[in-house]
Every structure is written in C-alpha cells, then in structure tokens.
Ligand binder design. Structure first.
Ligand code: NAP
Ligand code: F7E
Length: 354
C-alpha cells in the first residue's frame, strides 16, 4: 500500500513565497494544491520557472469570495493550509486600503472560519510580517515576538487583524493557527515593484544600455533582508512544531536601501551615483524606518537559522537579472518572458471538478 501523502493547500501559489513553498513541499513528498484567482493576465511565470506547474493541482478561488474558497478547501481536503495570499505591496496599500483590508484581513478570517466549520484539525499557517512593528523597536535595537506592534500602513494594519485572529482562534477553539512574523525576504523571483528586485533589474538593464536612470524613494530606510527559499524551510517547520505559535524569522542584520544599491551596482561594475535619482513619487506617506529581527526563538525551538548572507543575496539577484536580460538580447526566451501564459490555464480546475 502507498504511504499516505500529506495534502497541503497553498494560497498565493503564484507569488514569490507560494511558488518556492510549493517546490519545497513537493520535495517533501506532499500532494500540493494551489489557489489561483482570476486575473486578466495569468501569472504562472514563477511556477513555470521552477518547473512545477504540472506537478501541483491549481484550484480557482479568491480569498474574498467565500463560496469558491470554501469549495476549494472542502474538495482539496488539506492537512495543512499555508496562507501566502495577500495584497502584499505596502505602497499600494496606501492607494487601495480597502482592497488590502478585505484580502489581508477578512480574506484570512474567511479561511479560518471555513476551516472551523469544516474540519478544525487542519493546521493553518498565516503570513505575518515585520511591518506589524512600524517604528517600534526594543531597547537593544531589534524586534522580537515580545516587541509591541505599531503598524504604519494600511497593509500593516490589515496584517495585524489577521495576526490577532491566530491568537484568538487558538484560545477560543484550540485551533492550530500559527503565524510566521517574517522580515523582508527576496529572491530572483521577487516582484519587480519591491525595492530589491527593482534595483537588480535596473542594474541589469543599465548594464546592457536599456535604461538610463533608476528612480527610488527613501534611501535611508533599513531592512533585514533574507533569502526567500531559506524562509520557506522554516515556514514548513512552524507547522510541524508541537503547538501553534508565533515566530520571528529574520537574519538579525540590517542594511539601508542605499547599501543595497551600492552593492548591486558594484557587482555589475557600475558607479551608482551616475544613475540613481531620488524621486518623491516613490516615497511612502508614512515610512517604516528601521527593521532588524531577532530570530532567537526560531533558532532555539526549531533549530533554524538563515543560510544566505546579504552579499550573497544581492549577488544572486543581480546575476539572475543580468543573465535574464543577456538571454533576452540574444533572442532566447526565459520562462518569465514567455508570451503564452494563458495556455497554462489548462492546468486550472474548478473545485467542484476535483
Ligand atoms: P506576492 O509575491 O505579492 O504574492 C501574493 C500572492 O497572493 C499572489 O499569488 C497573488 O495572486 C495572491 N493573491 C492576492 N490577492 C488574492 C486574493 N484575493 N485571492 C487569492 N489570491 C490572492 O507576495 P510574497 O512576497 O510571496 O508574500 C507572501 C505572503 O507573505 C504575503 O501574505 C505577504 O504579505 C507576506 N509577507 C511577505 C514578506 C516578503 O518579504 N516577501 C514578508 C513578510 C510577509 P496573483 O498572482 O493573482 O496576483
Ligand atoms: O520597500 C524603500 C521603501 O517595497 C523596502 C513586502 O514584502 O516586506 C515588504 O515590504 C523599503 C521601504 O518592501 C523605493 O520605502 C525606497 O522602506 O521593497 P519594499 P517593504 O515595504 O519593506 C514586508 C516585510 C512585507 O510584509 C511586505 O509584504 O525600500 N524604497 N525606494 C522603495 N521601495 C520601493 N518598493 N520602491 C522604491 O522605489
């Protein structure tokens, strides 16, 4: 008889974390299901790039659409749900605060309530964030699980709502709802609007003469940047821990946007001062100036520590974008530039057909 395969449902599977997590869970011999919402241009480039599009079952649902979400959870019958779906861009949350609140706040409540009514034993992972801290810092200059939350954006506030849901549903119903308070994590598959990937992609385009300048906002903001695949390892570990809990996941090191810029341009042999311009357009109405995470609890309880240094992270991102644009100029097509994304909709199921 075949050994039982654990079943995982990942929301946000087309995003950076969801895609890396799906790959990891497949390697761990899970049966992987992914929630995909309808958008006008299907977004399968990450799953394509990782070579896993045909290895997972994609289900059509939206966090804000209870009937589809409920059907997706019921039909896939998961042991574990990883909620990676969100309107995740802090800048956009100032422009679309209600959409952010509905997806990141009520969308998560939808998942938890569906599970409570269907099968309370399902373990749920919630993607919490260092943005919860705003400008709250411990006296020793770090943020950990005890640091008070003081959100500075509609995004952070919507995430505080879902973060608190974890605590409440654990206490009220004994449900297994855990939250990873992840500090910024980046990769070659990061969305182009986030500052790290915006920088590395621009460095590559400047190197090949395809772009003249890079417009940025606040260069002095400090972030604790890690590598997304390292962080997905611990996301899985959090759900294997003996009880539901909160964990800070970080590198305990931070760098300014300016330092990231300097390092990225240096790798490509360019002088950043010739290309970078500060523009008010990219400044936030309310900034989070300083984040540095103390991950001692994750180290102690889960035996986890980050593997990729800041310099290694910048290097792998710059090299990936240089490689991508080089291939592009040579007429080769990369998975993420492929023009036939819609054809991949063949992989998408209605929950009722599963
Ligand atoms: P991402 O690349 O922006 O991916 C977000 C995913 O959510 C996409 O798959 C998106 O689908 C999906 N989504 C958005 N709205 C949805 C809806 N209403 N219904 C169903 N799916 C929806 O984000 P990420 O960087 O992978 O982050 C993953 C999670 O971790 C997010 O919750 C984010 O807030 C949180 N987080 C991220 C970081 C970080 O540094 N990356 C740090 C802390 C916490 P489409 O492809 O259709 O847009
Ligand atoms: O900004 C500054 C910006 O958009 C980082 C999300 O994954 O991590 C991410 O949120 C910093 C900020 O990420 C530009 O003002 C300067 O101080 O890359 P970001 P974020 O806002 O930290 C957290 C943990 C999440 O949970 C979120 O989902 O860089 N910055 N100039 C800029 N940022 C952008 N995007 N673009 C600029 O031109």
């Amino acid at each position: 008889m075949d050994a039982y395969k654990k079943r995982a449902l990942i929301t946000g599977v087309t995003g950076q974390d969801g895609a890396f997590l799906a790959k990891l869970l497949l390697e761990k011999n899970y049966e992987v299901f992914g929630v995909v919402r309808r958008i006008s241009t299907p977004n399968f480039w990450r799953l394509n790039h990782l070579g896993i599009l045909d290895k997972i079952t994609l289900v059509s649902a939206d966090l804000t659409d209870v009937p589809s979400l409920s059907e997706a959870i019921r039909r896939t019958n998961p042991d574990e749900i990883y909620n990676m779906a969100a309107q995740s861009f802090v800048g956009s949350s100032f422009d679309q605060p209600i959409h952010s609140a509905l997806t990141n706040g009520l969308g998560v409540l939808n998942i938890i309530e569906i599970v409570r009514n269907l099968k309370e034993s399902v373990k749920i992972y919630l993607a919490s964030t260092s943005e919860l801290y705003g400008d709250s810092i411990n006296l020793d200059g770090v943020q950990n699980e005890e640091t008070p939350f003081k959100p500075n954006s509609p995004y952070a506030l919507s995430k505080l709502y879902s973060h608190e849901l974890a605590r409440i549903y654990r206490k009220a119903y004994g449900m297994f709802v855990s939250a990873g308070i992840l500090f910024n994590h980046e990769s070659e598959l990061r969305g182009l609007e986030f500052v790290t990937r915006k920088i590395t992609n621009s460095v590559a385009k400047i190197k090949f003469g395809l772009q003249d300048e890079l417009r940025l906002g606040n260069l002095e903001a400090k972030r604790d940047w890690g590598y997304a695949p390292d962080y997905m390892e611990v996301v899985w570990q959090i759900l294997q821990y003996h009880k539901p809990d909160d964990f800070v996941i970080a590198t305990n090191e931070n760098h300014s946007v300016r330092e990231f810029v300097e390092e990225a341009f240096k790798i490509a042999g360019l002088d950043w001062k010739l290309y970078v311009r500060v523009h008010a357009q990219h400044k936030r109405p309310y900034e989070v100036p300083y984040l540095k995470g103390d991950y001692s609890k994750a180290k102690r309880e889960l035996g986890w520590k980050p593997k990729t240094s800041f310099k290694e992270l910048v290097k792998l991102m710059v090299e990936s974008d240089l490689n991508r644009w080089d291939n592009h100029l040579k007429g080769k097509i990369f998975s993420w530039d492929a023009p036939n994304h819609s054809e991949n909709l063949n992989y998408l199921y209605r929950a009722k057909d599963l």
